[in-house]
Design a protein around this ligand. Structure first.
Ligand SMILES: [Zn+2]
Length: 484
């Protein structure tokens, strides 16, 4: 006897349809899964057998073969448990095969038959909708995420509920898709007193999506400021929110309590993170921090502490806005368009740039510190801001401008800039040419100054880039103490 269930295999951010065929034959009882299953998928045998017993259903004493088709596509993970169990139950006529055929199914089984969420539910649900299947059998916790794809999820807690539902004896409560919540619980820039120049730089960064390096002695609020950047970024459109949600879902980090990520994400990997963790990789492959920060902020706190290969691996996503990762068959491409914020002390002991303490670093230590950051990486920061230690007068100052007020300037300006970039007049071009010679500025550096100047002009509501806008952009080029 034969029965089929439909599920999906994740390939990067896409899902491909997979047919789960269960074939029951007379002969010595046994259970085999064929069709390129990985180890986790192969272990479905134990979970499915135990889950069916726990659901007080019958394990067929037959020679059972489960085939996952197409055979050429590698099947990874535990999401095949539910469709495999249902195909076996349908093949032994414990549930009606024709009812099962109207659904897609995905979910991991616990040994006691409970259903557990798996990564990539929204992607699988979107693929099910495209395949013309309007119903997805899935774990209860995953149902709001699945509903984002515009299909009707069937939320289930246990394999017993799945079989009762398909027998027409159980009707789960309908699921509301996750809704957007208000943008607002990022820490507020009102908490930052003083540091007017760094605050201004952050506003430019948020408007134009530029990369920024904050340098200065410890305790000047570099990290505090960086953590407040997402709160002034333009709000995500629904399409952007869904794109970010897909990436977080496939990476297995989507919170079930808040399945639609509707605010610019903020990621801050530790400096011990591997290149695979930061740019992506491993089995699957999985998206890395650069992709989890897509449409948001990637903070590399204490930039020189990161391993050199990690910093070098960042260059490609910074240039391309995406990461291409090798996988068994071809490539997986993950988007990675983020605002990069780096912070650094000016020397290993941290005292450099602080008038109240004396730096005790040897010239050798200083040189090694600077050498960690290649010129090529430094070149990719559009703005470099030196944050001096705040004077007592600044700390007593009134609270800074709140994030909401800054965002009210950033949003319209970034919208204007998307429609048309202010153009460079003759005066501006001459000023830039002089800067190339005197600073000096590389060709890439010149282009970056021009882009930052366009953002400054956009914030000012100007239609062309004036010399004052270029002068401000030039003031954010690396001061000598940050150069390697
Ligand atoms: Zn020092």
């Amino acid at each position: 006897m034969l029965a089929r269930a439909v599920t999906h295999a994740l390939v990067g951010l896409e899902a491909r349809p997979v047919e789960v065929e269960a074939h029951l034959q007379r002969g010595v009882p046994g259970f085999a899964i064929v069709g390129l299953p990985d180890k986790a998928c192969q272990e479905a045998k134990e979970r499915v057998r135990s889950g069916i017993a726990s659901a007080e259903l019958e394990w067929p004493l037959r020679r059972i073969t489960v085939n996952l088709a197409p055979a050429g596509l590698r099947k990874e993970g535990s999401g095949y448990d539910l469709p495999i169990a249902l195909a076996v139950l349908a093949a032994s006529r414990q549930i009606p095969p024709e009812r099962l055929a109207e659904h897609a199914a995905v979910g991991e089984l616990a040994l006691d038959g409970r259903l557990r969420p798996v990564p990539g539910i929204i992607v699988a649900a979107e693929a099910a909708r495209r395949a013309g299947l309007g119903l997805l059998l899935c774990p209860l916790e995953s149902a709001p995420e699945a509903a984002l794809a515009g299909i009707e999820p069937v939320p289930l807690r246990h394999l017993a509920e799945a079989s009762a539902y398909l027998q027409g004896r159980f009707r789960p409560a309908p699921v509301e898709p996750a809704v957007a919540t208000a943008n607002g619980s990022w820490p507020d820039l009102a908490d930052v007193r003083g540091q007017e120049r760094a605050r201004r730089a952050l506003e430019i960064v948020a408007t134009g999506g530029h990369n920024v390096l904050l340098g200065g002695p410890p305790g000047t609020g570099k990290t505090m400021l960086a953590r407040r950047l997402p709160g002034i970024l333009p709000a995500l459109t629904l399409d952007q929110a869904l794109e970010v949600t897909r990436i977080h879902s496939v990476a297995g980090v989507l919170p079930s309590t808040h399945p639609l990520i509707d605010r610019p994400p903020f990621r801050a990997p530790h400096h011990t993170a591997s290149a695979a963790a930061v740019v992506g990789g491993g089995r699957g492959p999985r998206p890395g921090e650069v992709s989890l920060a897509h449409h948001g902020v990637l903070l590399l706190d204490e930039l020189p502490e990161f391993q050199r290969p990690v910093l070098e691996a960042l260059r490609q996503p910074i240039e391309d806005g995406s990461v291409a990762l090798a996988r068994a068959a071809g490539q997986a491409v993950f988007p990675a368009r983020f605002v990069l914020v780096g912070t650094m002390n000016l020397c290993p002991c941290g005292a450099r740039g602080d008038p109240s303490v004396e730096c005790r670093c040897t010239p050798q230590k200083l040189a090694a510190y600077g050498a960690k950051l290649s010129r090529a990486l430094l070149d990719r920061f559009d703005l470099v801001v030196h944050m001096p230690r705040a004077r007592g007068r600044e700390l007593d100052a009134a609270p800074g401008e709140p994030s909401a007020e800054i965002r009210a300037r950033v949003e319209p300006a970034s919208g204007r800039l998307r429609e048309s970039r202010p153009s460079l007049g003759k005066e501006g071009r001459d000023l830039l040419t002089r800067a190339v010679d005197t600073l000096p500025l590389s060709a890439r550096g010149r282009a970056r100054v021009a882009r930052v100047a366009a953002t400054v002009a956009g914030l000012a509501g100007a239609e062309s880039i004036e010399p004052a806008h270029i002068a401000e952009a030039l003031s954010y080029r690396a001061p000598p103490e940050l150069a390697p």
